[in-house]
Design a protein around this ligand. Structure first.
Ligand code: PLP
Length: 293
């Protein structure tokens, strides 16, 4: 059985002089503490899908990811806990013969069967996977589907008194988390997504598509900042690294770099350059844990 999540996750107020000077309050919604084996937004997004898999008697979980995919590890751990087999299609056939990195080793260690495919085959499989796994629940890359969006929409419901001075911020990889946060906000409050990869236009379309598929409507309370991806997914500029290290020391916490540090960096930049009006309360959703050393 999958262990229950520890909800609501803590809301932590940070005393940060840079934000204070701008008259902006900074809080962290510690979703990284949500679950011992399926942390962060991966739990939010997977939980409704796992309930659906159990309800419908799915024979296994089938999904996709890159060499260091947190989603693959999360699906592998969840499937193992549910006693279901899992298959992970991995982007990059050159990885098949290479020694496993820590992330793929963790997925395999939970019993996930890894299938390594070329980048071209990976793209083809993403859109045409159904015949490969009859009776299995197929989860898209990153896990972003309508059930995942509904799972993420539960986050703002855990935060009391949200209103017009509130901005909820999160990273954007595939957009499922941002789509859910925006949909779950009360009137007046807004959501800011921080793109962690180059995807201006594309990411907005992904979020809009998820909103249409989940709620059959659009929301106008969100936007995506494209200024802090640092050149692409997994790219960490020296400026980002310096910011993250200083922030960690200042507040005594460890920041996941590919998503959470980029989001805080973007929010910090917005606050210190006058892009957030005084009196704004920013809540950054900490969507995951740092990589193991
Ligand atoms: C997977 C992941 C994301 C991406 O979320 P999307 O819903 O795909 O946009 C963000 N943060 C962390 C820490 C992640 O592991």
């Amino acid at each position: 059985m999958l262990l229950p999540a520890d909800l609501p996750t803590p809301l932590q107020v940070l005393d940060d002089p840079d934000f204070a000077r701008a008259g902006v309050e900074l809080r962290l919604k510690r979703d990284d503490l949500a679950h011992p084996t399926v942390p962060g937004n991966k739990w939010r997004k997977l939980a409704p899908n796992l309930a659906y898999a159990v309800e419908t008697g799915a024979r296994g979980l089938y999904t996709f990811g890159g060499a260091y995919s947190t989603h693959l590890r999360a699906v592998a751990a969840a499937a193992q806990a549910l006693g279901l087999p899992s298959i992970g299609v991995v982007r990059g056939d050159e990885l098949a013969a290479a020694p496993r990195n820590w992330s793929l080793r963790a997925a395999e260690g939970c019993g996930m069967e890894l299938r390594f495919v070329s980048r071209a085959d990976y793209r083809a499989l993403l859109t045409d996977h159904q015949p490969l796994a009859p009776g299995w629940l197929v989860l898209p890359e990153g896990g972003s589907n309508p059930l995942a969006v509904q799972g993420a929409a539960a986050v703002p419901a855990e935060i009391p008194d949200l209103g017009p001075s509130d901005l909820l911020a999160c990273p954007v990889g595939t957009g499922g988390t941002l789509a859910g946060l925006a949909a779950g906000l009360p009137p007046g409050a807004r959501a800011l997504g921080v793109a962690v990869l180059r995807g201006e236009g594309y990411l907005e379309r992904e979020v809009a598509t998820l909103h249409q598929a989940t709620y059959a409507r659009q929301f106008d309370n969100w936007r995506i900042a494209h200024t802090h991806h640092g050149g692409g997914y997994g790219r960490l500029t020296p400026e980002l690294t310096a910011f993250a290290e200083e922030f960690e020391q200042r507040h005594g916490l460890a920041l996941e770099r590919r998503y959470v540090a980029k989001t805080l960096h973007a929010v910090h930049h917005a606050a210190t350059t006058g892009q957030l009006t005084s009196g704004t309360r920013v809540t950054v959703v900490v969507t995951g844990l740092p990589d193991p050393l």
